[in-house]
Design a protein around this ligand. Structure first.
Ligand code: F0G
Length: 357
C-alpha cells in the first residue's frame, strides 16, 4: 500500500479492472472506520459518509465511468433507493440520461428525494424490488442501448471491493466482517477485495464474512443456516429495512461462495432487533445509520449473544447507509419531546435533577 496516492476508491486504481480514458468521480470512498467507544477492536465502517450517503457510490463511480467510456448515453437501474440516488448523482455528473425503476411507496423518503433532486426519471412499479429488477434485466437484454447499473454489473462490484482495501490498510485483517445483505453483491465484493489481497501475498488470511438479512427477506441466511445448496426465494419480502427488502437476490451464488470460502456464515434479524440496534448505535456510539445498515450491528449483537463471536474478536461492521436516508424510521424511535412554556425551561431540568438525586 505504501506507494499508493490519493484517497478513496481510485487510490486503488491499479486493482480496478478496465481502462478508463475518463473517470466520473465525486470523491467517493475513504470513509471513516470508527472504533467502538469501549476501546475493543470493534469497528464501524461508516459508508454513510459517501457523497450520496451510501456505499453504492463506490461502485457507481466505476460503473458510470465504464458506461461513459463505452459510449452509452442512457442508463437504467432497479433499486430499493440507494442505488437510485447514487446512480442519479453520477449520471448527472456524466451527462447521461437515467431511468430508475422503484417499488412504489417502498422507497425511504430521503432516497426518493435525492433521486428527484438529481433529475432522474422515476418509474414506479407495484410490488417489490424483484419485479423491477426482472424488468431491468429484460430491458437491457432487449435494448442494447441502455446500460444497466445494478449489481449484476461487474464494474459496480469492482468499486465496492475497495471497502476491503481500506479496512486492511487501516487495521489489518479483521476476524469477522458483518455485512447487511439484500441483492447480495456487496458481501461478495468485499470478500473479493480481501481474496485479491491474499492472492497478491499482501495478507495471509481473510476474515470470515457474515451476511445479515432481515427476517422477512432472508433467503440466503436461511439457505446457509439449513445447509441448502440454493436459497428458496421469498415471493413477498417484508421488512422495515426497505433497502434490503429483496426476495430474489440476483447475486445469491456469489454471496454464498463468499460466505463459504471465507468460512463465514449468515444470520437473520427481525425488525424489532433492527430498530433497537439503530437506537443503540445512535445513543451509545453517536453514529446514525439507516435500518438496513444496522442489520450488521444487530447481527453482531446476536452473534455475541449466541456465543460464536467473542468481544475480543477483531470485528468490522459495515454500516451501509446514512440515517438521514430514512427519516421516518428515526421518528419512530422512542423520544422525549415535551411541550413547554418558554419562560420555564429550567423547570424541566430542575425536575430531572430532583428525580435523579
Ligand atoms: N444496505 C443498504 C443501505 C442498501 O441500500 C443495500 C442495497 C444493502 C445494504 C444490500 O446490499 O444488495 O449488495 O446485498 N440496496 C440496493 C439498492 C438493493 O437498490 O439501493 P447488496
Amino acid at each position: 500500500f505504501s506507494n499508493l496516492r490519493g484517497r478513496g476508491v481510485w487510490r486503488y486504481s491499479q486493482a480496478i479492472a478496465g481502462n478508463y480514458k475518463k473517470i466520473i468521480s465525486i470523491n467517493e470512498g475513504g470513509t471513516p472506520l470508527i472504533r467502538t467507544r469501549t476501546g475493543k477492536e470493534v469497528y464501524f465502517k461508516f459508508e454513510g459518509a459517501n457523497p450520496t450517503g451510501s456505499f453504492k457510490d463506490r461502485g457507481m463511480t466505476v460503473a458510470i465511468s465504464s458506461a461513459v467510456n463505452e459510449g452509452y448515453k442512457i442508463v437504467v437501474a432497479a433499486s430499493t433507493g440507494n442505488t437510485a440516488a447514487s446512480a442519479a448523482a453520477y449520471s448527472a455528473r456524466a451527462g447521461l440520461r437515467i431511468y430508475l425503476v422503484l417499488p412504489k411507496d417502498k422507497v425511504a423518503i430521503g432516497k426518493l428525494a435525492q433521486s428527484i433532486l438529481y433529475g432522474a426519471t422515476i418509474l414506479e412499479v407495484e410490488g417489490s424490488f424483484d419485479i423491477g429488477m426482472k424488468a431491468v434485466i429484460k430491458l437491457y437484454k432487449e435494448m442494447g442501448l441502455v446500460y444497466p447499473l445494478n449489481s449484476f454489473n461487474p464494474w459496480r462490484l469492482e468499486g465496492q471491493k475497495t471497502i476491503a482495501y481500506e479496512i486492511t490498510e487501516e487495521i489489518g485483517v479483521p476476524d469477522y466482517v458483518f455485512v447487511p445483505v439484500g441483492n447480495a453483491g456487496n458481501i461478495y465484493a468485499i470478500w473479493k477485495g480481501f481474496s485479491e489481497l491474499m492472492n497478491l501475498g499482501i495478507i495471509d488470511r481473510i476474515p470470515r464474512m457474515v451476511g445479515v438479512q432481515a427476517e422477512g427477506a432472508s433467503p440466503i441466511a436461511k439457505a446457509i443456516i439449513n445447509n441448502q445448496e440454493a436459497p428458496q426465494f421469498v415471493e413477498n419480502p417484508e421488512t422495515i429495512a426497505t433497502a434490503i427488502r429483496i426476495g430474489k437476490p440476483v447475486n445469491w451464488k456469489k454471496a454464498m461462495k463468499a460466505i463459504k470460502e471465507s468460512q463465514g456464515t449468515a444470520i437473520y434479524v427481525n425488525d424489532a432487533e433492527i430498530m433497537e440496534a439503530q437506537r443503540e448505535l445512535a445513543r451509545t456510539e453517536g453514529i446514525g445509520a439507516e435500518p438496513a445498515s444496522v442489520a450488521s450491528f444487530a447481527g453482531y449483537k446476536k452473534a455475541i449473544e449466541q456465543g460464536w463471536v467473542d468481544r475480543d474478536n477483531k470485528v468490522v461492521m459495515i454500516l451501509t447507509g446514512h440515517s438521514l436516508k430514512d427519516p421516518d424510521s428515526m421518528i419512530r424511535s422512542s423520544a422525549r419531546r415535551i411541550v413547554v412554556n418558554p419562560d420555564h425551561l429550567e423547570n424541566i431540568i430542575l425536575g430531572d435533577l430532583n428525580a435523579s438525586s
